[in-house]
Design a protein around this ligand. Structure first.
Ligand code: AMP
Length: 594
């Protein structure tokens, strides 16, 4: 395999690379470095974050500059403060053995005075965000007249963030004779315009297909009811005990709300969005980087420039309004040759967005099923057992306690001890997931299900929130309509309503007895959804019973005898605790609840 030496890099740079542990160049480095080292070529590189693009321009750059001179020779523009700081750190590392190299970062959201002092010292390389750089130019602090190299990093992001005018101004201040290297994950028209206006016959480097996503990312989507989005997110997190994820939301409010809910439910999560102060954002990022957080809930803007490696999952809690942003979101995982999963939680009407994204990333999504409660329990159990297997025992410290521990457990067999230790953790999530509903919205469960002849589909406005599951709902209808249990041939119990299929001959009986009656203070509505093949029309029934009975309280009430409709009297129907995912509540600060 190709090594860095063959790319033509100098000894001091090679030494720095070796120290960083880079052994073989990434594809973008392999293609870009030799061209850039030529020192006389504009380059357009289509590459995402995580591909090693910083080293792709950073290594040749430090090799081409004259560090004996103290004036600014290279300018790197990046969309965010975080990226700017990361580039500065990387370039300081790359130029570590170059004697006299100075790299300075200038960005907004921090005091300008210190940055002005740094710039006055004449760093050979400046990494800047466009807004702050323009400020510096206007104050006459920065001299761009002797710039030999301009790097535009994440050019598409800079333009989407509204830096177009700033870029035009900055580039107009640089000499004509210079090399421009442009890096972008996508190539929208605006980026092409920059390339056309400011670059001469650029050499094009493309990793993978133009505008296509990273090959190492698996794209999955889950279809759920919009109201189940949050529960689906929790399921996905619980099914992946070692998840290290970024959860993207559409608005700042949604970001905060999802993060708050996750924290309340016991997850190690926090929010990152523009309403937080810079210090708060830095604090959140520090916790995420150090893995004190497992889930970072973020807006697109706040997450720009996040350069954390080993992100296992990118979760689109809601797909972005600008469908192109999906590429940037998913690019936060599978960095540096690793693999990762990008997930979209959607409802059925959003399928077209998935198709649109597929066209952009030139990759196919796979539809995945939200894990069942059973799946989650199994996964958690395996993970727990693995932890037990791999835990390091501090023999020395634990030694003095062991005799009393052993004597306490003396009576128990090996199997019993294992079962009991494992149950300490397992019972909690088993309890939580025991009655967890299926969150998947499949075509078969859908309202579009075609009824066979002899039966008719009906709608009833009670569901999981009333404590029903498919069995108890059948019982409830059969009992109250005085029909056989088997007359109800199919049920699909949703949260606030249910769909049922009943034998055509009992339809009227159900309407007569149940429609308009009271159940737990609500008026029950039952409607026929029709069966076109059997010639039964869809009906919207009048609530005549309600009127006849003199208002909402006048109908029959099913609550009277305290009838328990789940057969076993397991649930209390006074509360609203039908679904297993409901109100898990706070269970310890750091510990995940199940
Ligand atoms: P970037 O795309 O520049 O954000 O780089 C992504 C990550 O890959 C960074 O953590 C780099 O330190 C790392 N990286 C870059 N080039 C290499 C390489 N040739 N070998 C190993 N890691 C690399």
């Amino acid at each position: 395999m190709l090594n860095f030496e063959l790319l033509g890099l100098s000894k001091p740079v090679m030494r720095a690379i070796a120290e960083l542990g880079f052994e073989t160049p990434t594809p973008i480095q392999e293609q870009a470095i030799p061209v850039m080292l030529g020192g006389n070529q504009d380059v357009v590189a289509l590459a995402q974050t995580g591909t090693g693009k910083t080293a792709a321009f950073g290594l040749p750059l430090v090799d081409l500059l004259n560090f004996e001179e103290r004036h600014t020779q290279a300018l790197i523009l990046a969309p965010t403060r975080e990226l700017c700081m990361q580039i500065t750190r990387d370039l300081q590392n790359f130029s570590k053995y170059m004697g006299g190299a100075h790299v300075t970062a200038i960005y907004g959201g921090a005091s300008i005075d210190g940055q002005i002092r740094d710039v006055r010292k004449g760093p050979q390389i400046i990494a800047a965000t466009p807004g702050r750089l323009v400020d510096m130019i206007e104050r006459g602090v920065v001299d761009l007249s002797k710039i030999d190299f301009v790097v535009l990093d994440e050019a598409d992001e800079m333009l989407t963030m509204g830096f177009k005018d700033d870029l035009d101004l900055i580039l107009s201040q640089t000499p004509k004779e210079k090399n421009t290297w442009l890096f972008s994950a996508t190539m929208p028209h605006e980026v092409q315009r920059i390339a056309r206006n400011y670059m001469t016959d650029p050499h094009e480097v493309t990793i993978g297909q133009k505008n296509s996503g990273n090959e190492n990312i698996e794209h999955l989507y889950y279809v759920v009811h919009a109201k189940d989005r949050y529960l689906a997110l929790k399921r996905i997190a619980d099914f992946n005990p070692d998840i290290f994820a970024i959860v993207f939301c559409r608005t700042k409010a949604e970001t905060q709300q999802v993060a708050d809910q996750l924290i309340k439910d016991g997850y190690n999560a926090d929010a990152l969005h523009g309403d937080l102060s810079q210090a708060q954002r830095d604090f959140v990022m520090k916790r995420y980087r150090s893995r004190s957080l497992q889930m970072l809930v973020a807006t697109d803007v706040a997450a720009r420039g996040i350069d954390v490696n080993d992100v296992t999952h990118v979760i689109n809690y809601n797909l972005p309004d600008e469908i192109e942003s999906y590429t940037h979101r998913s690019g936060r995982t599978a960095r540096a040759g690793k693999t990762g999963v990008s997930i979209a939680i959607i409802h059925s009407k959003e399928m077209h967005k998935i198709r649109e994204i597929e066209k952009i990333i030139k990759r196919k999504f796979t539809q995945a099923q939200i894990p069942t409660g059973f799946d989650v329990c199994e996964q958690q159990l395996i993970s727990l057992v693995k932890k037990v297997h791999n835990v390091e025992v501090d023999e020395k410290s634990i030694e003095r306690y062991l005799p009393s521990v052993f004597s306490e457990l003396e009576e128990l067999s090996r199997e019993d001890i294992i079962k009991r230790f494992v149950s300490i953790e397992f019972n909690r999530f088993m309890e939580y997931y025991r009655n967890a509903p299926d969150l998947n919205m499949n075509a078969s469960q859908d309202d579009r299900r075609k009824s066979p002849s002899g039966v008719v589909k009906m709608y009833i406005n009670v569901g999981q929130m009333d404590g029903f599951d498919f069995n108890s709902l059948k019982d409830f209808i059969a009992e109250n309509a005085d029909i056989k249990n088997t007359d109800v041939t199919w049920t699909d119990v949703k949260n606030t309503f249910s769909l049922i299929e009943v034998r055509t001959e009992v339809m009227e009986k159900i309407v007569d007895t149940i429609h308009g009656a009271q159940y737990r203070g609500r008026t029950v509505r039952v409607e026929s959804r029709g069966n076109r093949d059997a010639g039964i029309p869809r009906t919207r029934l009048r609530s005549d019973k309600r009127r006849d009975g003199g208002g909402y309280g006048g109908g029959r009430s099913f609550e009277g005898g305290g009838r328990s409709h789940d057969g076993g009297g397991r649930k209390s129907f006074g509360g609203r605790s039908g679904g297993g995912d409901r109100d898990r509540g706070k269970k310890g600060k750091k510990k995940k609840a199940y």
